[in-house]
Ligand binder design. Structure first.
Ligand code: TXA
Ligand code: MG
Length: 345
């Protein structure tokens, strides 16, 4: 299959491209599109045959459920059994945006979307192009991140193409995703709502709207099995082995190890903050941005991992951050990228 990339100027959106994309969706095929978090791999969420193609294109196990994306005109009530008052309050404040809510599903949701379970995940994205695209499709769009399962989520059209070339007919190129890590997933079907995946909206922030919200056990204790199916798989992984160092002595440690690996003949990739990049000029080094700005770090992390892979490094040594606030969301990804190789120094 030929994969077409069509670039859309956000200032002057070409309706022909959106019509073309919507036609593909209506035919039951897949379209990758930008959202404010990461790029999504979209299909008609009410067409089980179309949604099934997502799993094939991504090599995704079918027990891992999908998020349905809706625009502002679509009634959440149609997709779920009931929208309770606390969920109404939450989405009134945080939608459209990087927040996915899980509720008991209604009877119109195909089993392939929910992994056979009785709940469904729904998100109303904020990105203007995502919203226009969904509106033109006139159906809820099922969309996981547009990467091959296990790889870092793509935050631009080039990274989607790298994984999806030949697997899908169309990628809408809307530039780079604002946020760069996926939405916060909260299970509102429970008596005590629970964050299953932290994202741009942190636990601390969600607490302002849902005071009794908890964090999934697996986010507090690494030995616990996550409640969300997708969280238990290998994830966000670059091809190279990766090690992450946190704390005051991390840069020194990265330097020592980088030299050691270099002497062993390995090509070393380095991911450190702006202020330290010059210390690593003899290595393949990319910046994580300003250390005091975790928003910048989440914006660049996945793209940097993919760029280091394309530079064919053998090992990635990266600086991590404290496991709190947005740092918790970032470290949730880094832990998986590094298969748990996190060192607190
Ligand atoms: O920001 C995002 O959420 C992006 C963009 C494209 O919207 N999408 C995304 O989808 O990250 P995906 O499939 O890569 O991650 C969705 C996560 C998975 O861990 C999945 O297991 C979980 O949400 N999930 C989906 N439906 C669920 C459900 N009914 N119950 C529990 N977990 C669910
Ligand atoms: Mg994903």
């Amino acid at each position: 299959m030929q994969t077409e990339i069509l670039k859309i100027d956000r200032e002057n959106i070409d309706e022909n491209i959106l019509n073309h994309a919507a036609e593909i969706i209506k035919k039951g095929e897949l379209v990758a599109f930008p959202t404010e978090t990461v790029y999504g791999l979209g299909a008609d969420g009410l067409n089980p045959k179309a949604a099934k193609k997502i799993f094939k294109a991504k090599n995704r196990p079918e027990d891992n459920p999908l998020i349905l994306h809706i625009d502002e005109d679509y009634k959440l009530d149609e997709l779920v059994e009931k929208v309770d008052d606390r969920t109404k309050f939450l989405i009134k404040n945080l939608w459209p945006g990087p927040l996915t809510v899980i509720l008991k599903k209604s009877s119109i949701i195909p089993d392939i979307i929910t992994g056979g379970g009785d709940t469904v995940a729904v998100r109303r994205p904020k990105d203007k192009l995502a919203r226009e695209f969904i509106k033109y499709c006139n159906t809820p769009i099922a969309a996981p991140s547009a990467n091959i399962s296990g790889r870092p989520s793509p935050t631009n059209a080039k990274d989607v193409y790298y994984d999806m070339n030949g697997r899908i007919p169309l990628i809408i190129d809307g530039g780079s995703s604002d946020i760069g890590i996926e939405s916060t997933v909260i299970d509102m079907s429970l008596e005590n709502p629970c964050i299953l995946r932290p994202g741009y909206y942190t636990y601390e922030y969600i607490k302002k709207f849902i005071p009794n919200v908890c964090l999934d056990d697996s986010l507090v204790d690494d030995s616990k099995v996550p409640r969300s199916p997708g969280q238990k798989y290998k994830h966000y992984a670059p091809k190279a082995e990766m090690k992450v160092f946190v704390g005051d002595k991390s840069v020194e440690k990265i330097k020592d190890l980088a030299l050691k690996y270099k002497n062993e003949g390995k090509k070393v990739g380095i991911l450190v903050f702006d202020k330290d990049t010059e210390k690593f000029s003899s290595f393949t080094t990319l910046s994580l941005g300003n250390k005091d700005n975790l928003i910048e770090m989440s914006h660049v992390l996945f793209e940097a991992l993919r760029d280091l892979d394309r530079k064919n490094v053998d090992i990635i040594l990266a600086e991590g951050v404290k496991d709190i606030g947005l740092g918790k969301s970032i470290m949730n990804r880094m832990k998986k990228s590094a298969s748990g190789n996190i060192f607190n120094l």
